[in-house]
Every structure is written in C-alpha cells, then in structure tokens.
Design a protein around this ligand. Structure first.
Ligand code: HEM
Length: 451
C-alpha cells in the first residue's frame, strides 16, 4: 500500500461481520477521500453483505450507463410507484415514461432562461444579505430560502408559505435518499421517516391540485384580458416602431404556466396528472440539494483562506466562468453525497478482463462512488490537487447517464451565484462550522461578516 496513512482495508478485514458495514458508512462520511483512494488502489470493488462499493471512474461510469441492469428500483416505493400508479419519472429506468417526461421537462426548463434565473438568485441573495446586517444562520435564512424563492418565482409553485415547501421537500428527499437499506437506521427511525413522508405528500398533493386549478383560472383570465388590451398593445408596438426601439423583453413565464399553456396531443401521454407529478418534482429536487451544495462549498472556501481570496477576486469579474469553475472544483471535494446507489436487476460482471473483475449477482445493492470516480487519475491529472481548470464532463456533481439531474442547468447558475454573493461579504467567518444535527443535510451554519 503506497502513500496511505491509515490502513482502512486492514481494519475492515479484521472487523467482525457486524462491524464491517458501519465502518464503511463512517469512513464514507468522515474521511471519504483517503478511504476511496485505498479502495481504488487495492480493492476497487468491495463486496460487503449489505452492498457492494465500486470505486474506479470507469466502473462507476460503466454501471451508471446501463439503467436496465443497474436500476433505480430502490426509488420506486419512495416516489409513488405502485401497481396502479406510475409515480415519478426518476423511479423509471429507460422506459417510455422516463424518456418522454424527462425530455418534455427539459424543454420546459428552457436553458435560455438561465440569465433570468441567475438574476433572480443574485437579487434575492443581495436582499437577504443586506437585511442580515452582518449575521446570518445560513441554512434557514439563505441556503434553503433562496432556492425556495426560485421555486416560487421561476417554477411558479407560489401562494404558499415557504416553510411548507421546505418541509415537503425535506421529507421527500430524506425518505428517497436516506431511508434505504444502505442507511443505518432503527426500524422506528425508518418508519417515522416513511410516515412523515406519506403525511407531507398528502398535503403537497392537495396544494398541487389547488395550485393547478388557480393557474388554469389565471390562464383563462389572462387570455380574456389579452383580448381586451389588444388596441393598447398595438399602440405600444407602433410607438416602439416609430422610436426604432425594441420593446422591453418580458420575463420568461413561470414553468408551471408554460406547462399548462402547452397543449399535448393525447398520444403524447402527458395528461394533467402527469403534469402535476412533474411540476411537483421540481420542488423536491431543488431545495436540500442546493442548500447542501452551497453550504458545504462556502464552508470549504472559508477553511482555505488563500483559495477564498482567489474566489473573491474571480467573483468581481463580469465573466463568471473562473469563479464558477472554482465552485465546481470545490464540489468535487465536498459533494452533496459521495455516491449514487442502485440495485441490480440481473447479474453483472464489472471490469471484465481486469485484475479486479468482479461478478455482482442480481439483487445486489451497489454504491457507485461518484466522489471516488472524480478523484481517479483516469478522470483527472493530479486529482488530489485543487485545480479549477478541469474538464467538467468528468465531474459527477449532477450525476451521469439517463438519470442525470433534470435541474442541472438551473443548479449550474443557482449554486455559484449563491456562493458568490455570500463570499463577497467582507470579513466573512463561520461560528463553529456546519452543524448537521444528526441529519444528512446541513441544519445550521452561523456566519458573521463586517457590517
Ligand atoms: C435546481 C433544481 C433541481 C431539480 C429540479 C432537480 C431534479 C432532479 C431530477 C428530476 C432528477 C432525476 C432525473 C432522472 O431520473 O432522469 C435529478 C437527479 C439528480 N440530481 Fe437533481 N435537481 C436539482 C438540483 C440538483 C442539485 C443542486 C444537485 C447537486 C448539487 C443535484 C444532483 C442530482 C443528482 C446527483 C442526480 C442523479 C441521481 C441518480 O442518478 O440517481 N440536483 N435531479
């Protein structure tokens, strides 16, 4: 074993069967990088009785690119899939529903809106930070709050107090990603999460029904007002024509409004129920992911004064590329989670012909260590170095393959802008770092800066 201070695998091999998986969980959470490095060097596929870990870039990518074999079936009970209900697209692997709905939703989240989204985020952050007068509990007041503003203003899930949106998103997220056979929970803890998830999902469903009815009424009223205002709009157009000026561009419509205004032939199979399920998914995906990414990246930068100074300098540049690249490189070190988990629908032999070729039987849960993959020298030269000048196609922050994050491009502008606005505060420091309070997500992060 070369260059490794701690021998994780020796400790693992010496542990009793009952101790083995808790050790894996502990190292994945507390010291992932050296643990993953040893895995890549000595046991790229670690077979455990709970699940199998896959550590090398090529194997992780390989397995994430075969959705019918390496499946998302563990999401099914969490995302509403039953014998009579198709549930959410994320719990479907490479089938008609996933293909259809993912592409429709990608069109709805028009990437041409990104400058508008970034401007919403910029203004919201600046307003919050100005009001904070140099002191802020960042999770409640910023990292969850700002994506909720985007959810209301851009996605259009409005007319509701923010704390409801946060609660619905939190319990859906925790049930899907942190209440799985790979999570070490007591039966009672697991049941409590399931029950709370079921309870909030009902509330969320009622809200979505009312929201859709309200938005449909607004569409009808707008159509009517549009007709009435036709003469006025004509006058305006003539006015701008005479001035040889372009009329001011209106803000993009809310995503839910454009979904409702688009008419889909029945053969497209995107009825109002499917529309509602997909509009709801926009909330669930947005809050905790963004909050965790932003909080961890800010904390990471605060712990590296030289890098923070570099990031600050880049943040003042009109072109955001350099700054954003620093953020994406930081996310490699502190991703929202170190893995993507899957369950095998049939036997699969990974890394065929290599020394670590391993047969993985059907029904095995695999933890595909995306963070480890991002530190594999196959992906990046000198992977342990912080280098913002990296090829982002090997960065798995938003996943890879057919389940690549639907909100990726929203996240790509929202996360750096949120980080940027906060690190621009002069004299920024944290009071005690991030407190997770036994939750998988950051729960408290107290910040102070010069007023
Ligand atoms: C901004 C709003 C967001 C929305 C609406 C959203 C939505 C989604 C959806 C619907 C999927 C499933 C796609 C599919 O199965 O085809 C997904 C996957 C994923 N998202 Fe997001 N997401 C958002 C933000 C984020 C952020 C900020 C991160 C990370 C920093 C993230 C990380 C991921 C990852 C890693 C996956 C892949 C999961 C897997 O392969 O099992 N998402 N997202």
């Amino acid at each position: 074993m070369s260059n490794l201070k701690k021998n994780y695998l020796a400790e693992y091999d010496a542990a009793t069967e009952d101790e083995k998986y808790p050790l894996i969980v502990k190292w994945m959470s507390e010291e992932p990088l050296p643990f993953f490095k040893q895995l890549r060097q000595e046991r790229p596929v670690l077979v455990n009785s709970v699940c199998t870990l896959v550590a090398k870039f090529n194997d992780v990518r390989d397995m994430l690119l075969m959705p019918k074999v390496v499946t998302v079936d563990l999401y099914k009970p969490k995302m509403g899939v039953t014998a009579t209900d198709e549930g959410y697209l994320m719990a479907h692997d490479d089938d008609a529903l996933h293909y259809r709905e993912k592409s429709l939703m990608q069109a709805m989240l028009n990437r041409d809106d990104l400058p508008y989204i970034r401007s919403i985020i910029e203004k919201s952050c600046q307003k919050i930070l100005k009001k904070a007068h140099g002191k802020l509990e960042m999770v409640r007041g910023y990292s969850r709050h700002v994506p909720a503003i985007m959810v209301k203003q851009y996605f259009g899930l409005d007319g509701i107090e923010t704390h409801h949106l946060l609660r619905w998103s939190y319990w859906n997220q925790i049930d899907a990603f942190n209440n799985q056979p790979i999570d070490i929970l007591t039966k009672e803890q697991s049941q409590l999460i399931t029950d709370t998830h079921d309870e909030v999902s009902e509330e969320f469903g009622v809200y979505m029904g009312v929201l859709i009815a309200r938005k449909m009424t607004r569409i009808k009223v707008d159509k009517f007002l549009d007709k009435l205002s036709l003469p006025w709009r004509l006058i305006k157009r003539i006015f701008y024509y005479l001035l040889k000026k372009e009329p001011p561009k209106a803000n993009p419509d809310e995503v839910i409004m454009r979904m409702l205004k688009s008419s889909f032939d029945k053969d497209v199979d995107f009825n109002i129920v499917r529309l509602g399920v997909n509009a709801g998914g926009l909330l669930i995906g947005s809050i905790e992911t963004t909050s965790q990414a932003v909080t961890q990246i800010v904390d990471f930068l605060l712990n590296k004064p030289e890098l923070l100074a570099k990031a600050r300098a880049a943040a003042t540049d009109d072109d955001c590329t350099e700054f954003d690249n620093i953020v994406w490189e930081a996310s490699r070190f502190v991703p929202i989670r170190p893995d993507i988990f899957r369950i095998l629908a049939s036997d699969y032999t990974v890394a065929k012909g290599s020394e670590h070729e391993t047969h993985i039987p059907s029904g095995t849960i695999v933890r595909l260590l995306t963070q480890s993959a991002m530190f594999d020298s196959y992906a990046y030269k000198d992977p342990d170095d912080f280098n913002p000048d990296r090829n982002l196609y090997h960065n798995f922050t938003f996943g890879i393959g057919s389940h690549t994050c639907l909100g990726k491009y929203v996240g790509i502008v929202m996360i750096p802008e949120m980080v940027k606005q906060i690190i621009l505060m002069q004299g920024l420091k944290s009071d005690g770092g991030i407190n997770y309070k036994d939750s998988p997500f950051p729960e408290e992060f107290n910040l102070q800066w010069d007023k």
